[in-house]
Design a protein around this ligand. Structure first.
Ligand code: SF4
Length: 439
């Protein structure tokens, strides 16, 4: 019995099969690899499987040691065209390998998801990920309830509050876990505020050009008042244990373009409660605006970036009117003001773990002295992202190996997946050291 999972593939009716001989492989960027057996874990609850159109799956032939495409397979006596299969794991898991597929042309861009290598063994699916955050609060098992009645009650309680109107749509239409938390008064309340952005991320969740893939959400179009934000946030911060309120969500643009109303809202919130943690998820583009939020009472910041290398950052974020140096300056300002400072590192196997990208992260951490790295998966069509970095034609060092290198060099930097309440800022130091330990 092989230690390695077997290749899974699908027919054109969407039926998924495991191959009797070929082993599952995965991609690090453009390069296809046979992973170490411990790189696979049983598929986490709440994961989804996607069939990749316009692809052929790749598998490893143990007898020859060759990796080869599987274009057709005899199924129920007929020779059938087959397709590659990808997994998509829930929050708290960081992907180490992309699905191994040969992409055929012409093709349409895939929707914005973090496509992950998957195989089959011992009667279940296995995926190339590791659990990067020990907390279980965002486990899909807690997001099963139909909240229609709860949402209607919330809208009846706050008929004029546009934050709740937006979160109602996010809960029922987008099935957003962050909005679900707000409706159920647990963990973190999202406060989407901004209708515009000064970046043009290739994989933006709330805005995609005509000829690209569909955006996951419509971007908000309103201009909120501070009292609407405070009215939504205060009851949550007051009543939820270790509560967090976060500006900067997938359904909006850049919150730093709304600093005036956000600073006013933070002050209004703090006039009513000292409880909870006020956080901003941002592209960190405007250091002066960041300083204003620190002065207003911000507790924590999470800056999203895909790289510590200016050129690599610019190719994905396509900044308008700011530079990567501004982003680093924002992180430094927050450290100087005692703000819990984290980055939302958008991880992509084969790019993020390239030697010069790892070196770029070393320099970023040294320069900014940040506290925490959230290891999120870059959700994008693999080829759309790889096309931005043609120079990275070979496999990376390995995402787990990259994290271990960073941990060794920066023992005080913490790693995880989710924002943290102030009570948790430093309470996971030990577990952080073990997160890559599938070993
Ligand atoms: S910073 Fe956010 S809102 Fe702006 S383009 Fe990037 S993903 Fe979209």
């Amino acid at each position: 019995m092989s230690q390695q999972p077997y290749l899974v593939f699908a027919d054109d009716c969407g039926q998924i099969y495991d191959h009797p001989r070929l082993w599952a492989v995965g991609n690090s960027g453009h390069e296809t690899l046979l992973p170490e057996p411990d790189e696979w874990i049983p598929i986490p609850y709440g994961s989804e499987l996607y069939i990749l159109p316009q692809t052929f799956p790749l598998g490893y032939q143990p007898q020859t040691g060759q990796i080869r495409p599987l274009e057709f397979q005899r199924l129920n006596g007929k020779r059938r065209r087959v397709y590659a299969v990808s997994a998509y794991t829930p929050p708290a898991y960081t992907r180490t390998l992309l699905p191994a597929a040969q992409y055929t042309q012409p093709r349409e861009w895939l929707p914005l998801r973090s496509y992950t290598a998957v195989g089959w063994k011992d009667g279940q699916f296995w995926v190339a990920v590791f659990k990067s955050d020990p907390r279980d609060g965002w486990n899909p098992i807690y997001y099963q309830e139909d909240l229609t009645a709860v949402v209607q009650q919330k809208l009846a309680d706050y008929p004029h509050n546009r934050v709740w109107k937006q979160l109602a749509r996010c809960t029922l239409e987008y099935q957003c876990n962050a909005a679900y938390n707000a409706m159920k008064k647990r963990l973190e309340i999202p406060l989407p505020t901004s209708s515009a952005c000064n970046s043009s991320c290739v994989g933006c969740l709330s805005f995609q050009p005509e000829d690209s893939c569909p955006a996951s959400h419509d971007r908000v179009t309103y201009r909120l008042r501070a009292h609407e934000i405070a009215e939504a946030a205060v009851p949550h911060l007051e009543s939820v244990d270790q509560a967090v309120a976060s500006f900067g969500q997938g359904c909006e643009g850049e919150p730093l373009l709304q600093t005036k109303v956000i600073a006013e809202a933070i002050q209004l919130i703090r006039q009513h409660t000292a409880k909870g943690t006020i956080n901003i998820n941002t592209n960190g583009s405007l250091p002066r605006e960041v300083q204003k939020l620190c002065d207003a009472g911000l507790d924590a910041i999470r800056v999203s970036l895909n790289s510590g290398v200016t050129e690599s950052y610019n190719r994905y974020y396509q900044p308008r009117g700011y530079t990567f140096a501004d982003v680093k300056k924002s992180l430094k300002i927050c450290k100087e003001n005692g703000i819990f400072t984290s980055i939302n590192l958008l991880v992509f196997p084969g790019i993020t773990d390239q030697p010069c990208e790892i070196e770029g992260l070393f320099q970023l951490i040294e320069e900014t002295q940040l506290d925490y790295i959230q290891l999120r998966n870059m959700s994008i069509d693999p080829l759309m992202y790889l096309d931005l970095y043609p120079e990275y034609s070979h496999a990376g060092r390995g995402i787990r190996q990259m994290v271990q290198q960073l941990q060794k060099h920066f023992p005080s930097v913490q790693f995880g997946y989710f924002n943290r309440a102030k009570e948790q800022w430093y309470s996971f130091a030990e577990t952080t050291q073990k997160i890559t330990g599938n070993k």
